[in-house]
Design a protein around this ligand. Structure first.
Ligand code: NIG
Length: 438
């Protein structure tokens, strides 16, 4: 029985489905990771959902391709699932380039924060911006994320720190755009200046007013539990209050020092614990036990000149690992998840297969979207990338460039020839020179 489709992506050098068992047996370095790679493969979708993946040679037998279906010949390019970036404060105003220079001169992240810079300087700029200004900034950034291959991302608040300013950030993050967004309230990012010295009063405001008012507008609640931010006891108050209101839980933990946030996350059954630069062996065991996803942000280690989270040890212990950008104006100003993949391989010794899995299915698990995105399997959203390479292994290896030439999100062409397209071109004529999405 053949399957009807309205989109067929064919001619791939390989299709990386991320569905173990769907392709050839893994071989070569990293052979223990089965990404379900189909050599000379194709992907078909209908109404935005994947309906079939398989070898090019089986298209005629497996698929019914109506005359008005869109057929995209990618001419030998590798096709991989769209990236899922599970840690990005998307909406904020201002910039902090001077802080970057000060850190190169020896100042630390916390010294800059204590001198009035850091998160609170972005809070001042974000409060001063209108919702429309923030939405316009978000739309530009989403274009950049999409051009670099991200089709799903988390949009955190955390630069408003009043109910109205956090609400404004959430609203701006809803700007119309093909990138799928998952919302997180990070009102407990830092104590705002007007509450200086009164951290517990601010935590009470977060728990008693901000989180209840925003319940239903965001899937997750998050808290920055670290030296210079909130204690484990304060983080527990926030997460328990959020959980009682129906939010799912995330935490920033062990980024600047080891303070115990990971153990807290595991004990509360958090969906993810993020950063984890300073975690211990006991923390790793606790994450494994609770099923909490470890979201690693190597771009932050790169920017802040710190050590990297122990990705290999986490994987060896059986913890689900996600890679994300941490796109923000202070500790990591990059929307390029390919760079995070490259850093994870270079600095953490992940294999290309492990890193790509972390940037797709790992990110999906960190957002609770593992049944919707992250792999090319029947029933999931047809979100895929066409690479300027015949193999996914070039993602970390050919670094510092954008290897994504085309993007399909929800079965629609949204990046064509490296440019975001607002409406899909109607031609189905193949042009070898333009990255293959025609
Ligand atoms: O994830 N750690 C806290 N939040 C961000 C940094 C935010 C900022 O410096 O503006 C992070 O690294």
């Amino acid at each position: 029985m053949s399957v009807r489709c309205d989109l067929l992506v064919r001619g791939a050098g390989e299709v990386v489905t991320m569905a173990p068992g769907a392709g050839q047996a893994p071989h070569g370095p990293g052979a223990s990771v089965d990404l379900g790679v189909i050599p000379r493969g194709a992907v078909a979708s209908r109404d935005g959902r994947v309906v079939w993946t398989g070898p090019e040679s089986e298209i005629a037998a497996a698929l019914e391709v109506p005359g008005d279906a869109r057929v995209v010949d990618v001419e030998g390019a590798a096709v991989v699932p769209g990236f899922v970036d599970a840690h990005t404060p998307l909406v904020w105003a201002g910039e902090r380039a001077a802080e970057y220079g000060a850190r190169l001169g020896g100042a630390t992240y916390l010294e800059i924060q204590e001198a009035g810079g850091g998160i609170n300087s972005t809070v001042r700029a974000t409060r001063a911006a209108t919702e429309e200004q923030l939405a316009a900034l978000a739309a530009c950034r989403l274009d950049s994320f999409l051009r670099h291959g991200t089709t799903t991302l988390e949009a955190k608040t955390g630069y408003g720190l009043t109910l109205e300013d956090e609400r404004k950030q959430l609203a701006a993050a809803e700007v119309a755009h093909p990138v799928r967004r998952v919302h997180t309230v990070l009102a407990a990012h830092l104590t705002p200046e007007e509450y200086a010295g009164r951290d517990d009063e601010y935590i009470a405001l977060v728990c008693d007013e901000i989180l209840p008012a925003l319940a239903g507008q965001a899937e997750f609640v998050d808290v920055f539990c670290d030296e210079g931010a909130f204690t484990v006891a304060q983080a527990r108050r926030v997460l328990e209050a959020g959980r009682a209101l129906g939010y799912r839980l995330k935490i920033h933990a062990e980024e600047l020092a080891h303070t115990g946030g990971t153990a807290l996350a595991a004990s509360l059954g958090a969906v993810s614990a993020d950063h984890l630069i300073h975690i211990t062996g006991e923390d790793i065991a606790a994450l494994k036990e609770s099923g909490t996803v470890a979201v690693l942000l190597p771009g932050t280690s790169y920017t802040l000149h710190t050590t990297y989270a122990p990705a290999k040890e986490l994987l060896a212990a059986g913890v689900t690992v996600a890679l994300a950008t941490d796109f923000n104006p202070g500790s990591c100003y990059s929307e390029n998840l390919q760079m995070a993949i490259s850093l994870a391989c270079q600095e953490d010794r992940l294999t290309p297969a492990e890193a790509l899995r972390a940037a797709t299915t790992g990110g999906a698990a960190a957002l609770g979207l593992q049944h919707e995105v992250g792999s090319l399997e029947p029933g999931k959203s047809c979100d895929l990338l066409v690479l300027d390479s015949a193999t996914h292994e070039e993602l970390p290896y050919h670094w510092g460039v954008n290897l994504v030439t085309g993007v399909i999100a929800g079965g629609e062409v949204v990046v064509h020839d490296r440019r975001v397209v607002r409406a899909a071109p109607t031609s189905t004529v193949t042009s070898p020179a333009d990255g293959g999405l025609t």
